[in-house]
Design a protein around this ligand. Structure first.
Ligand SMILES: C[S@@+](CC[C@H](N)C(=O)[O-])C[C@H]1O[C@@H](n2cnc3c(N)ncnc32)[C@H](O)[C@@H]1O
Length: 303
């Protein structure tokens, strides 16, 4: 049995080495430039990307488990597919159980990493959004996933209600589990279905709407506007845009659509959440929308 002192000494020695340096010392027959530089660690699972088909996944996985003391399972991430953003993964090494719990800023997310994605690069945005919610607000999270925004909002800011809409049954199952895991069942109400259909059924109740999606978020804006309150609603609108002036073009498109549908929009802030590729970045635009006219004078199906 390894003593705690020896284990800690080994862990701090490993931390001083980069993953690639460590793998180079273990997989000496492989071209070092093809070895992964980093792994994405979600709970006890590590996800890695690599191109070289000559690498033995089991041997690489074993070395990764050795490098990260908290990792028990290693998966190869081939990509992320479709509107539901589902991962394409292959099991490499270790514990076959890919269901895990990821913790950040005092809340937890349970998920099956082989079926669902959690973006670690969005963690500050989750915290920022949650902190901007005021106690007692009604929040509509239109693309709720496993609760990436709904759970932090409920845990940190205690709104009166968060309607969390999710179309993927597997994500919805974990969304429900995560409300229980974080003791926010009385605040978060998971709803299974298409947000374009379900959002308008809520009526004009939203103080805040979260649109955490990319690849056509604007298509759901008309549905979002149907829950805007007469006194106005804050929207956090996510999308992938071209680097440079892509975000300004997006804001123009949003504000013009709002106006066409009978709403004024005021920009609160525009921030880059993360770099996405060489040409694109993930941005969030925060803005306040208000109906241009007294909503009680127009039929509900006209906006
Ligand atoms: C990229 S994930 C983002 C989850 C979370 N909002 C975040 O930003 O971290 C997008 C989620 O929206 C869900 N989704 C896609 N289209 C939807 C729709 N029409 N209605 C409700 N959910 C949808 C997907 O299944 C997925 O869970």
């Amino acid at each position: 049995m390894v003593s705690n002192t020896k284990k800690h000494a080994r862990m701090s020695a490993l931390r001083r080495t980069s993953l690639r340096e460590f793998l180079k010392s273990r997989l000496t027959n492989i071209d070092p430039s093809t070895l992964p530089k980093k792994a994405k660690i979600i709970g006890h699972v590590a996800l890695v990307r690599f191109q070289d088909e000559g690498i033995d996944p089991k041997e690489l996985g074993k070395a990764i488990v050795e490098f990260y003391p908290t990792v028990r399972t290693v998966l190869r991430l081939r990509g992320i597919t479709g509107k539901l953003r589902q991962p394409i993964v292959e099991f490499m090494y270790g514990d076959p159980n890919t269901e895990t719990i990821y913790k950040e800023y005092g809340y937890k997310f349970m998920l099956d990493v082989s079926k669902l994605m959690l973006c670690l690069g969005n963690s500050y945005e989750r915290l920022r959004t949650a902190k901007s919610v005021r106690s007692g607000e009604v929040v509509v999270d239109m693309f709720a996933g496993i609760g990436q925004f709904s759970i932090p909002c409920a845990v940190i800011s205690r709104p009166s209600k968060v309607y969390a809409i999710e179309i993927n049954e597997e994500a919805y199952r974990y969304l429900k589990i995560n409300t229980v895991l974080n003791n926010v069942e009385s605040i978060v109400e998971p709803m299974l279905g298409d947000c374009k259909e379900l959002t308008p059924t809520l009526g004009r109740i939203a103080d805040r709407i979260i649109m955490g999606f990319f690849g056509g978020t604007i298509e759901a804006l008309p549905a979002a506007l149907k829950v805007v309150k007469p006194e106005g609603t804050v929207i956090h609108f996510h999308e992938l845009v071209r680097r440079g002036d892509g975000k300004d073009e997006l804001w123009k498109e949003i504000s013009e659509l709002c106006l066409r549908l009978g709403y004024t929009s005021t920009l609160i802030g525009l921030r880059i959440v993360k770099s996405y590729s060489a040409t694109r970045e993930h941005v969030v635009i925060d803005f306040k929308v208000r109906p241009c006219i007294d909503l009680s004078t127009i039929p509900s199906n006209a906006t």
